[in-house]
Design a protein around this ligand. Structure first.
Ligand code: PAF
Length: 287
């Protein structure tokens, strides 16, 4: 049975016996519009934990553009249905006024981890993500929390937050699920028109080309980026926001690709912004 709770009191009532029995609580934080990618997070949490809590909250603090927040898909009923089918015990879907009765004054700062990739283009986004995740950790007190590897910068920042603040949570990264043509599953894909959907896999094709170049010995990151971007057809509907090669822990650009790297990109397809990434390295590197 899945219980939907919308207040912290109701959540506490449900969680108290679980904490008392020292159950392993697994948290899957989401902004809803759940798809197969989220189902993979939930399924992994179910395999590894005795209780799973799915959080559904479209967090205004992490939206740098108002239109994006307004347009973000909201479909609580079908999300709860999916959780029910997946055997999730608890869904926590708080209102904005509950999470932020006042605009928060104190939050999490992420330092240089936000200086590149999406962080450089979306001011305040990752501070907003880290702050809401810290709040959720405090409210739910999970043993483990599950995040998709697709949002590689987010995952690296949350791992660092947990380490730097000694949060008693194990962060689990779950591999990206892809459609047959390689497009990473994302709630944003539903904004794509049929013709945009056909163009969208160009992002993963560019990333795989970068990976191929790196594996075959190209060490100059600028050359990798330039060559991989040649795959993007000149089309007014496609705009590459960035393609960057950084070290996977510190998220800083590398001067030479001689070790494991994170290749990450953001592509606008019409008015939809897609992100994706791969971790790779020169032949012989462990990835
Ligand atoms: O990845 C997301 O959906 C969100 O950034 C998260 C982690 C749920 C925080 O709002």
């Amino acid at each position: 049975m899945t219980t939907l709770v919308e207040t912290i009191e109701a959540l506490d009532q449900r969680l108290a016996p679980l904490h008392q029995q020292a159950s392993t609580i697994g948290l899957v934080p989401t902004m809803g519009a759940l798809h197969r990618g989220h189902a993979a997070l939930i399924e992994q949490a179910k395999r590894e934990c005795s209780e799973v809590v799915v959080n559904i909250f479209v967090n205004p603090l992490q939206f740098d553009r108002k239109e994006d927040l307004q347009r973000y898909p909201r479909m609580l009923e079908s999300d709860v249905d999916l959780c029910r089918r997946l055997g999730v015990g608890l869904v926590f879907a708080p209102a904005v006024s509950l999470m932020y009765p006042d605009p928060p004054t104190v939050g999490i700062s992420i330092g240089r981890l936000g200086n590149h990739l999406c962080g450089a283009r979306r001011p305040g986004h990752f501070e907003g993500v880290a702050t809401v995740v810290a709040k959720l950790f405090n409210i739910i007190r999970p043993r483990c929390a599950y995040f998709g590897e697709k949002d590689a910068q987010q995952l690296a920042i949350i791992r660092r937050m947990v380490m730097n603040l000694n949060a008693p949570v194990v962060v689990v990264g779950v591999p990206t699920l892809r459609a047959a043509d390689g497009l990473a599953l994302s709630s944003r894909n539903q904004h794509l028109s049929p013709s945009e959907r056909q163009q969208a896999p160009i992002l993963i094709q560019v990333l795989r080309e970068a990976e191929r170049l790196i594996r075959s010995g190209t060490t100059d990151p600028a050359l990798v980026v330039r060559t991989a971007l040649e795959l993007v057809p000149p089309d007014r509907g496609l705009k590459v926001e960035y393609l960057e090669i950084v070290d996977p822990r510190e998220l800083q650009p590398v001067e030479v690709v001689d070790d494991r790297v994170l290749v990450a990109g953001a592509l606008w397809v019409g008015s939809t912004r897609l992100i994706d990434s791969v971790i790779c390295g020169p032949a012989g590197t462990e990835v």
